[in-house]
Design a protein around this ligand. Structure first.
Ligand SMILES: [Zn+2]
Ligand SMILES: [Zn+2]
Length: 191
């Protein structure tokens, strides 16, 4: 890849990563999508519930790979953990967040494309920078938006949309961020 292109790709991915880490309110995953067109960011989407709806992290908490909930639905005493002064109870069903999320949370890519649609702005020929590889449904939405490129840093367990996008002529780039970024820092310093 052209080094100049790779430097910009890394920059926008780092931006997406920072948006995700600092602003996502999902207890499970922090995902962001930044859509860049003509070298400008035109939309930013973060995974989460619609505004004015209750946030995922007000209900769920994930600690060391285990999901807890702010409401105890168990008759029997269950494992608890304290987070920011609040008691959370271990979820009996560890799939509960996934099921709730499907009903309530909008994926970052859909949020980013939705904001563009609200402003009647086109994503045609733009690049989507996403922290996680897009899922099937988001891949279809990105195809429909006529986006040219998708750059992602982390492989997502439900990320089976990559081949769909490639079939539609979208350039899909996997850029593992940490290695790339730290490699650049080392090279910049001439170490
Ligand atoms: Zn969530
Ligand atoms: Zn998705």
């Amino acid at each position: 890849m052209d080094p100049k292109q790779e430097k910009w790709d890394t920059t926008w991915l780092l931006f997406a990563q920072m948006m995700a880490e600092r602003h996502s309110k999902c207890a499970s995953k922090s995902v962001a999508c930044v859509i860049v067109k003509d070298e400008k960011p035109i939309s930013i989407g973060i995974n989460g519930t619609p505004s004015q709806h209750v946030n995922c992290n007000e209900i769920f908490l994930k600690q060391h790979g285990v999901f807890y909930k702010s409401i105890n639905e168990n008759v029997l005493e269950s494992d608890t953990t304290i987070h920011n002064g609040e008691v959370f109870y271990r979820c009996n069903n560890q799939q509960e967040h996934h099921e709730w999320s499907k009903q309530h949370e909008i994926h970052a890519e859909i949020n980013a494309l939705g904001k563009l649609a609200a402003d009647s702005t086109s994503a045609r020929h733009a690049t989507a920078y996403v922290t996680h590889s897009p899922c099937h449904a988001c891949s279809l939405a990105l195809i429909a938006s006529k986006i040219d490129r998708v750059v992602y840093t982390t492989g997502y367990e439900y990320g089976d949309g990559l081949n769909l996008m490639r079939q539609s002529g979208i350039e899909v780039v996997h850029l593992p961020l940490t290695e790339q970024y730290f490699l650049e820092k080392i090279l910049d310093k001439g170490l």
